[in-house]
Design a protein around this ligand. Structure first.
Ligand SMILES: [Fe+2]
Length: 346
């Protein structure tokens, strides 16, 4: 009797193993695990389009960006992640530094679609969309001809009038990294001190809150990513809509290096169970049909240069972009954090 039970156990274990290996092979061929920080309808639509075109099922694992990176670190070689999608070049760089990514396979295709400053030098990540970090100002109180550059925000005329979020925010860290890259450390530190000197209040809230504070008269000029204005202008929330209506967008540094640009981007996970499908997804997301969806539904600038901007973005006009290589934003991130700290930017 004991023997029969043992044989049965072995047989069950054998079949269980067989089934396991079968189903895992199947999932590797036909499924893709996307770790993403983006939580937009546009992305959902794009994954559905990709599923239809390729027959590869997309499983979305949504979480905060730093949590996703931490999850990948903890999972190590066992990580089911095939791709990581996140925002800000600083954060993409962090994922690369932690050894979480591998080079994309179709470098030539990517080179032909995106400008080189938007691609990691080792091809560990590529940009999907661009956003500009602009100034928004109170239409009724600020003459736009008084605005010029990020650097000029230190002028005494802006005392008590500037609004910006905390220096712990990666968008500000990347902006600071761009100031360091363009102006040098000393000037960058003085710049941060000057902005703190001119702040309307201690940094608090997110980008949208800065726009609302301008509308509420707490300050006159705020530093904000472009797509938040687009979203607020098209929001169902009345307070957002009304706040966005009271501000206008200004692109700084048009007579020198151009306005600071950042991206959302994607990379193939280092231990991707299905790197072939991961690369297929990247190529798809850079294709004209996918870039059009990004451009139309999320008020971001497409990285595929054949695609036109959405109407909201067109209304703000063309502008000159700072074409600093985005690797520098990552490389200078730690320096930016230290300088912010020294300058007292909370
Ligand atoms: Fe954002």
């Amino acid at each position: 009797m004991k023997k029969i039970v043992l044989l049965l156990l072995i047989a069950t274990a054998f079949f269980a193993c067989k089934n396991d290996s079968k189903s895992s092979t199947k999932s590797e061929d036909n499924e893709l695990n996307v770790y993403t920080h983006r939580h937009y309808d546009s992305d959902k639509q794009l994954f559905e389009m990709f599923e239809k075109e390729t027959g590869i099922k997309v499983n979305v694992i949504n979480s905060k960006a730093d949590e996703l990176i931490q999850k990948m670190v903890l999972e190590g070689e066992q990580s089911p992640a095939d791709v990581l999608i996140t925002v800000d070049a600083g954060r993409l760089h962090m994922a690369k530094e932690k050894g979480l990514l591998q080079p994309v396979s179709d470098k030539k295709i990517i080179d032909s679609i995106i400008p080189s400053n938007l691609i990691d030098k080792d091809y560990h990540w590529v940009a999907l969309t661009k956003r500009a970090r602009v100034l928004v100002y109170a239409k009724d109180r600020v003459d736009p001809t008084s605005l010029t550059t990020y650097e000029d925000l230190v002028l005494p005329q802006w005392k008590g009038k500037l609004l910006f979020r905390s220096s712990s925010n990666i968008y500000n860290q990347s902006l600071m990294a761009s100031i360091v890259a363009n102006d040098g450390e000393e000037t960058a530190k003085k710049w941060a001190e000057g902005l703190v000197e001119n702040q309307a209040r201690k940094p608090k809230g997110n980008d949208r809150d800065q726009v609302k504070a301008v509308a509420a008269g707490e300050g006159d000029v705020a530093i904000v990513n472009t797509y938040y204005i687009g979203k607020m202008l098209n929001s169902n929330d009345r307070t957002e809509l009304e706040a966005a209506d009271q501000v206008a967008v200004f692109f700084p540094n048009q007579n020198d290096r151009g306005t600071h640009i950042n991206v959302s981007g994607i990379g193939v996970a280092k231990y991707s169970p299905n790197p072939e499908a991961a690369n297929k997804l990247i190529n798809f997301l850079l294709s004209e049909e996918a870039q059009e969806v990004f451009a139309l539904s999320n008020y971001e600038y497409p990285v595929n240069e054949n695609i036109e901007n959405s109407e909201v973005l067109k209304a703000w006009g063309d502008f000159k972009e700072d074409d600093l290589h985005l690797n520098q934003l990552g490389e200078l991130n730690k320096k930016a954090v230290i300088l912010f700290d020294e300058a007292g930017w909370k």
